[in-house]
Ligand binder design. Structure first.
Ligand SMILES: *[C@@H]1O[C@H](CO)[C@@H](O)[C@H](O)[C@H]1NC(C)=O
Ligand SMILES: *[C@@H]1O[C@H](CO)[C@@H](O)[C@H](O)[C@H]1NC(C)=O
Length: 301
């Protein structure tokens, strides 16, 4: 019985001996995501080793160029006070920043092993939470006109996606999916943050705000009011009349100035052409025409 046990132990021991003549590393995650200002572990586990004090080094590889992160038992200046080594060779960064996004290499050299060197590569990507987006909401839009609402921020990584809200209720991608937005003419782009109304209706009035979101967090802008107003018939007529009046004043002013010879002196100075005697090239309105014009314009309205 005792004999059999010792034979078994001897076999086990020799298997163990063969495997421990090589340094073999392993990592739990070779592709790692971390949120900015949080802690992360770049694991470097030693599967087998026979050397007592192996040399452990960590390098950071940015754009193909390696630099030391951990060398001769010291954390480099870049990570000083925010990283440490955890047994056996794991690198813990307690407060990652966006500039830590890079490839990291754990290297272990064991002089007494047959295979004296092994390494593991870890890709670290740091997510950055969005900052408060800048939002543009038109204050007042007449019924039936288009309107664009904009929202964007530039810090978030991965890139933020945008969500719009009206009176604190999220605006769905498809207006027809919610009875409260059913008749609205908008299209919503989550990537660009643009909310475009082809035409606005009274029902589109409200307090609008936007939220920028990614896997690291979210941020929003303050709500802004968009008012959709009716242009009354009286307003339309008044506006048209004002326009016609202004046109009349400009045209008549130009004609009287021309007839009064205001432009003659300048053209005579330029060449000897007798402008005052030539046939009037500007078709000025006579008082009878004026009446006709007025009549026609009111007809147009
Ligand atoms: C992490 O680092 C940032 C600046 O790099 C600092 O503002 C913040 O306070 C740090 N957080 C912790 C928990 O140390
Ligand atoms: C949408 O518009 C139609 C016709 O203009 C109207 O009958 C209907 O009640 C509106 N629906 C909503 C939910 O406002």
């Amino acid at each position: 019985m005792a004999m059999r046990r010792s034979v078994g132990a001897a076999i086990l021991f020799s298997v163990h001996l063969i495997s421990t003549f090589a340094v073999i590393l392993r990592t739990t995650s070779s592709s790692l995501w971390a949120n900015e200002y949080e802690s992360t572990e770049l694991s470097c586990l030693i599967e087998s080793i026979s050397t007592n004090n192996p040399r452990i080094e960590w390098k950071k590889i940015t754009n193909g160029k390696p630099s030391y992160v951990y060398f001769e038992k010291h954390i480099s200046r870049d990570l000083e006070n925010r990283a440490y080594l955890k047994e056996p060779a794991t690198l813990v960064i307690t407060n990652v920043t966006r500039s830590d996004t890079a490839q990291y290499r754990c290297e272990v050299t064991a002089h007494l092993d047959q295979r004296t060197f092994d390494e593991v590569l870890i890709d670290l990507v740091v997510r950055v939470r969005p900052v408060g987006p800048r939002c543009g909401v038109p204050r007042a839009v007449p019924v039936g006109r288009p309107a664009d609402l904009r929202c964007s921020e530039g810090e978030g990584f991965p890139k933020s996606r945008y969500h719009w809200f009206r009176n604190r209720e999220e605006i769905p991608l498809d207006p027809r999916s919610n009875p409260r937005f059913f008749n609205s003419s908008y299209t919503l782009n989550r990537e660009t943050g643009k909310l475009s109304f082809r035409v606005v209706w009274k029902e589109d009035s409200g307090e609008y705000h936007c939220v920028a979101k990614n896997e690291a967090g979210h941020a929003e802008c303050a709500a802004q009011t968009m008012e959709v107003y009716e242009v009354s018939l009286v307003g339309k007529v008044l506006g048209a009349l004002l326009l016609v009046g202004a046109l009349l004043v400009v045209t008549l002013g130009f004609c009287y100035a021309y007839k009064g010879g205001y432009f003659v002196q300048r053209s005579e100075a330029r060449d000897n052409y007798k402008a005052s005697e030539s046939k009037d090239p500007v078709d000025c309105i006579t008082p009878e025409d004026e009446a006709g014009f007025r009549h026609k314009s009111s007809f147009i309205i």
